[in-house]
Design a protein around this ligand. Structure first.
Ligand code: FAD
Length: 387
């Protein structure tokens, strides 16, 4: 692995950093809190579109900038460090867009890619069901072909952003009930279609992050099938897992550590400066952030060279997500009882952002594949152990 960024990559990082600094100074946005993946500023997104930074790693023939995964990683890292509210658009740009480029029909490319690139079309990912999470191949939501449509029935659960998205990538069963992964297809579904009900699920921190999505005889045109019929598993497992460096977890940890050291200890609790236990714990976290960063960089570096990372993505995800929990614990321990105060409270240290983040980090080791499943993948693909 090349441990250095090229001069062009360093320049790009500087350009992105300066852009967000200036936008913030001009009042274009206020840095969002630590749980801002779903936050979205249409105005800021339009500015990114103008800069050519949406679709950064898409091929130029599809309107992208044709840049490398390393550039995309640098961009993501800087966005997260800046607390810029552009998260909601990412599923469309980073996951579904590339899947449409790889497997979509000419018509689908024409319909979906331009609005994604303009930041005007958002998508959510409807995969998990009440009885199918880690073992996605047993999902039950069914799509039958009737008179030129798929008729979809079933329920998806824990779907992030379904209440805000325009379309959904939905994995459905088009094969026999016992066909497992061989009978799954991917559909692009307009969430305004009659028969769809989106019901909020309120998270432990009180926010509406997730939704149940119910499909009751929903008619989806056959042309909205992405890829081959019964070929959805490959799309869900391979194409959607591009851009899985987990760098966003690392950058958030970096931001939290910075706020704890500079804002809290430096500004409010100077007494902690000399506390050896606190010093050592924070130093330990700083080491772990650096390790997590290199694991993420390795994934992007491999992708930039056309190598498909396998257990490397799992390693970066497990380490990064578990690190968010260790840092959240450490931060809460430092803040003591005041750490329980929420955003908006006058006395809350670090603007009350840690309280909410602490709760949200619990989900980090579950969403996008649990730590147990990631460790199974590492044991199998990395260590060569049997499934
Ligand atoms: C923050 C967050 C965001 C999410 N966003 C979305 C989204 O946008 N779209 C979407 O479709 N879904 C989403 N999900 C759902 C997520 O994909 C599932 O929660 C996840 O796959 C786990 O499935 P499950 O909840 O059914 O748990 P289960 O699969 O029932 O697992 C329960 C426990 O058993 C363990 N386990 C299961 N199988 C094995 C095994 N073979 N070996 C060892 N241990 C095992 C798991 O690790 C876990 O600890 C999200 C979840 C979270 C928490």
């Amino acid at each position: 692995m090349d441990f250095w960024f090229s001069p062009q990559e360093d320049n790009f990082r500087q350009e992105v950093r300066s852009f967000f600094d200036e936008e913030r100074r001009n009042g274009a946005y206020q840095p969002a809190n630590y749980t801002f993946m779903e936050s979205y500023s249409p105005r800021l997104t339009r500015r990114l579109v103008d800069k050519g930074w949406v679709g950064l790693a898409w091929p130029q023939e599809y309107g992208g900038a044709g840049r490398s995964f390393v550039d995309q990683l640098i961009f993501t890292e800087e966005v997260m460090m800046a607390g810029a509210p552009v998260g909601c658009h990412w599923l469309a740009e980073r996951q579904v867009g590339p899947a449409i480029i790889a497997s979509g029909t000419p018509q689908q490319k024409q319909t979906f890619l331009p609005p994604i690139l303009k930041g005007e079309l958002t998508l959510c990912m409807c995969l998990a069901e009440p009885e199918a999470g880690s073992d996605l191949a047993c999902l039950q939501t069914q799509a039958r072909e009737v008179d030129g449509n798929f008729v979809v029935n079933g329920q998806k659960t824990l779907i992030m952003g379904a209440d805000k998205a325009h379309y959904a990538f939905v994995l459905v069963r088009t094969g026999a009930a016992d066909s497992r992964h061989k009978g799954l297809s991917a559909l692009l579904v307009d969430l305004k279609s009659p028969g769809i009900t989106i019901r909020p699920l309120f998270s432990a921190s009180g926010g509406r992050s997730f939704n149940d999505v119910f499909f009751d005889n929903v008619k989806i045109p056959l042309e909205n099938l992405l890829g081959e019929k019964n070929g959805g598993w490959m799309i869900a497992t391979q194409q959607l897992s591009l851009d899985r460096s987990s760098i966003e977890l690392v950058a958030i940890c970096e931001r939290v550590l910075h706020d704890l050291v500079v804002e809290y200890i430096g500004g409010v609790r100077e007494g902690l400066v000399g506390d050896m236990v606190v010093r050592h714990r924070l130093a330990e976290i700083a080491i772990e952030i650096e390790v997590a960063r290199w694991l993420s960089y390795r994934v992007a570096w491999m992708q930039s060279r056309g190598v498909i990372p396998e257990n490397e993505t799992s390693m970066a995800k497990v380490f990064g997500s578990e690190l968010t929990q260790r840092l959240a614990n450490e931060g809460m321990r430092m803040l003591g009882l005041l750490g329980q105060l929420c955003e908006g409270s006058k006395l809350a240290p670090v603007r009350g952002w840690l309280e909410n983040w602490y709760i949200s980090t619990l989900g980090r080791t579950i969403g996008s594949g649990t730590s147990e499943i990631q460790r199974n993948i590492m044991a199998q693909r990395g260590l060569g152990m049997p499934r």
